[in-house]
Design a protein around this ligand. Structure first.
Ligand SMILES: Nc1ncnc2c1ncn2[C@@H]1O[C@H](COP(=O)(O)OP(=O)(O)OP(=O)(O)O)[C@@H](O)[C@H]1O
Ligand SMILES: [Mg+2]
Length: 304
């Protein structure tokens, strides 16, 4: 990647996705202000927007309510009379501004966990609160709304519209939100600058390298300024050097204050994350500094 494409030239590169970095604020000033639109959701969100929650999972020295609070999450599938416990009592809390890798062998429950965290699926039992909102009891529409406002997704296979330019791909989430055209364009341009693609805005995916495509996907995830970036194997389809480029981008986004949770098979990527959580048979078996949890790497599962 050429140096002109580097996001470092842009003042916006340092802009956090969240409107504010809250880790040092007293919790009483934090509640709700980052997401004023949420106040209208009080009826379903309950008390979540006002200060620490009753019985809330707390993280770190300043005991802030977690952005992600998973308590005793179980997800069970029934296949041909057999019960599969994809998640078997997972309790994890992730605070704002954290960068966490989810690791574990194939079938250990990583994608199931990401689907629940991303509000694409709901647990069989247990409690999940995202940004203070208990997702239990939300309707499908309310879940979709929460997902749209709070979460940006990055996928292994990029999932870009092939006939649309980078700019149009990045604008898409804003189309769903009903953002007016001009503002959409400005925000999409900003997001593409942030990922270092100001020179490639009018290219279609087949006119971009793999790493550039993934940058477009990251820009699309960022454009709505979500509270949380979720990525399932974001470097899985990239060669080592390009994967490294994307890891560099995540590092910058983390340094700018974004909260990132990603699934990875790559010990090298997990080792770069300040924190990693290892799953095995649907249970958390390690949770600590990425470099330590990554070095616990078990033999790689066949066929992954
Ligand atoms: N829709 C489903 N129906 C039945 N069983 C499922 C379903 N989805 C996942 N499972 C099972 O749940 C377990 C966890 O699957 P999951 O996809 O979360 O694993 P993973 O850690 O993401 O694996 P990989 O690294 O291969 O992507 C596996 O045993 C899987 O077979
Ligand atoms: Mg998976």
């Amino acid at each position: 990647m050429s140096s002109e494409e580097s996001p470092k030239n842009s003042g916006r590169a340092a802009a956090p996705v969240q409107p504010e970095k809250t880790s040092r604020e007293p919790s009483s000033t934090r509640s709700g202000s980052a997401h004023p639109e949420r106040s209208s959701r009080g009826a379903s969100g309950g008390s979540g927007v006002e200060g620490p929650l009753e019985g809330s999972v707390e993280v770190g020295a300043d005991a802030a309510p977690a952005l992600i609070a998973l308590e005793e999450i179980r997800r069970t599938y029934h296949v041909g009379g057999e019960e599969v416990r994809a998640l078997d009592g997972v309790s994890v809390a992730v605070g704002r501004g954290e960068w966490v890798a989810i690791v574990g062998q194939s079938g250990s429950g990583k994608s199931t966990l990401m689907n629940i965290v991303g509000c694409l699926d709901t647990p069989t039992s247990g409690r999940y609160r995202l940004n203070g909102t208990d997702v239990r009891g939300l309707s499908d529409d309310e879940l979709a709304d929460l997902r749209n406002k709070e979460i940006g997704f990055v996928f292994q296979t990029f999932q870009l519209l092939p006939r649309s330019t980078a700019l149009a791909n990045v604008e898409l989430p804003l189309v769903y939100r009903g953002v007016p055209r001009r503002q959409r364009r400005e925000l999409a341009e900003e997001a593409l600058v942030r990922v270092g693609l100001e020179q490639r805005m009018h290219h279609r995916p087949n006119e971009l390298s793999g790493g550039q495509r993934q940058r477009v996907a990251v820009a699309r995830a960022l454009v709505g300024r979500p509270a949380l970036l979720l990525a399932d194997e974001p470097t899985g389809n990239l060669d080592t050097a390009t994967g490294e480029e994307i890891i560099g981008l995540f590092t910058e986004l983390h340094e700018a204050g974004n909260t990132i949770v990603l699934v990875t098979h790559e010990p090298k990527l997990a080792a770069r994350c300040p924190r990693a959580v290892r799953l095995s048979d649907g249970k958390v078996v390690a949770d600590g500094p990425g470099v330590e949890v990554a070095s616990l790497q078990l033999p790689r599962a066949v066929g992954t």
